[in-house]
Ligand binder design. Structure first.
Ligand code: SAM
Length: 274
C-alpha cells in the first residue's frame, strides 16, 4: 500500500477498516463464490484483514520455512500467536498428524470465528481462542497485552510461531509475550518470530522508515501506534535472553532493501529456542 493510502486507511477506526475491505472485495468475492473458485478452506478476500499477497501461497511458504529453519515435525504441538484468519493453520492441516495439537489465538473475533467454523470443525486437533486483548490497529479497546498470561499449560508446545504479530506490538507487550512464550515452550522447543529489527547501520527504505523514534523501538505511525513497529536489535537480543530464551538466528528480510533472492521473507525472521 502506498504511504498516503496507508495513512488514510489507518485513520479509519478498526471496525470501519474491516467494512471498507469487505465492500471493496464484495464483487470479486461474490463472483468467486458463484463460480465455485474458492474452496472451503480459503476465506473470502474481503475477510482477509491480515495483509496482502497470495494468502494460500504465503501460508504454504511459511510452513516450508518452519520445517527448514526450525525442524517442525508432523507430531509437534504448535502454538500460533496471532492466528489471524488461518493463513498458517490451513497449510498445517496437511502437515500435522492427528496426534499433534495446534492452538491458535487472536484478538480479532471475526478471524477466530472463521477459523473455528472452517478449520476447527473439520480438524478436531485444531483449536482457536478469541482473547479480547488491546491492539489499536485491530481493536477499539481490550486487556493490556503487557500483562496478559497465555492460557496454556507450561512446557506444552514443541514449536510456536508469531508471524507478522510482533511487528504490530509495542515493546512492553513483546517483552511480556516472550516471557509467556518461554513458559509454554517445552525445553528445546523452537519459535519462529517475525520482526522489523534495526541497528546503528540500518538504512531506512524510503516510505518505510519508521519516523517516530522511541529509543529501543520506532513507530511507523504515531497515532495508530501498532500499525508497524521496529525494534532495536541489541535490545531485542537482551529481551530474548532476559526471558529465558536463546537466540538461534536472525534471517534479515527484504523490507530493508536487501535483494529478495537473498532473503526468506519481507520481515526479519528471528528464531529462538527455550
Ligand atoms: C498481520 S496479522 C498476521 C496474522 C497471522 N499471523 C498471519 O500470518 O496471517 C497480525 C495478527 O496479530 C493479531 N494480534 C495483534 N495483537 C495481538 C496480541 N496482542 N495477541 C495476539 N494476537 C494479536 C491481529 O489480530 C492479527 O490477526
Amino acid at each position: 500500500m502506498k504511504l498516503t493510502a496507508r495513512k488514510l486507511f489507518y485513520s479509519l477506526p478498526p471496525a470501519w477498516r474491516f467494512t471498507a475491505r469487505r465492500l471493496y472485495f464484495m464483487p470479486l468475492d461474490l463472483w468467486e463464490k458463484m463460480t465455485g473458485q474458492r474452496d472451503g478452506l480459503t476465506p473470502p478476500r474481503g475477510m482477509i484483514y491480515t495483509g496482502g499477497g497470495d494468502f494460500r501461497r504465503s501460508g504454504e511458504q511459511s510452513v516450508e520455512l518452519f520445517k527448514k529453519l526450525c525442524g517442525l515435525q508432523p507430531h509437534h504441538n504448535v502454538l500460533d500467536i496471532g492466528s489471524g484468519i488461518g493463513r498458517i493453520a490451513i497449510p498445517l492441516t496437511r502437515f500435522l498428524n492427528e496426534k499433534a495439537i495446534y492452538e491458535g489465538f487472536d484478538v480479532v473475533e471475526k478471524g477466530v470465528v472463521w477459523c473455528r467454523d472452517h478449520i476447527g470443525s473439520r480438524f478436531h486437533n485444531f483449536r482457536f481462542k478469541y482473547l479480547p486483548i488491546g491492539n489499536d490497529l485491530y481493536r477499539e479497546n481490550g486487556q493490556p497485552a503487557s500483562i496478559f498470561q497465555f492460557p496454556y499449560a507450561d512446557s506444552s508446545f514443541d514449536f510456536a510461531v508469531a508471524n507478522s504479530v510482533f511487528t504490530h506490538m509495542l515493546l512492553d507487550e513483546v517483552d511480556n509475550y516472550l516471557g509467556e512464550l518461554s513458559k509454554v515452550l517445552k525445553p528445546g522447543g523452537v519459535a519462529y518470530l517475525t520482526f522489523f529489527v534495526f541497528g546503528e547501520k540500518t538504512i531506512w527504505p524510503k516510505g518505510f522508515d519508521f519516523p517516530h523514534d522511541y529509543g529501543h523501538y520506532r513507530l511507523m505511525d504515531d497515532v495508530v501506534k501498532s500499525a508497524n513497529v521496529a525494534f532495536e536489535e541489541s535490545h531485542l537480543r537482551e529481551l530474548v535472553s532476559k526471558n529465558g530464551l536463546k537466540l538461534r538466528q536472525i534471517h534479515y528480510g527484504f523490507w530493508r532493501g536487501l535483494p529478495k533472492s537473498e532473503c526468506f521473507d519481507f520481515q526479519d525472521i528471528v528464531i529462538v529456542e527455550r
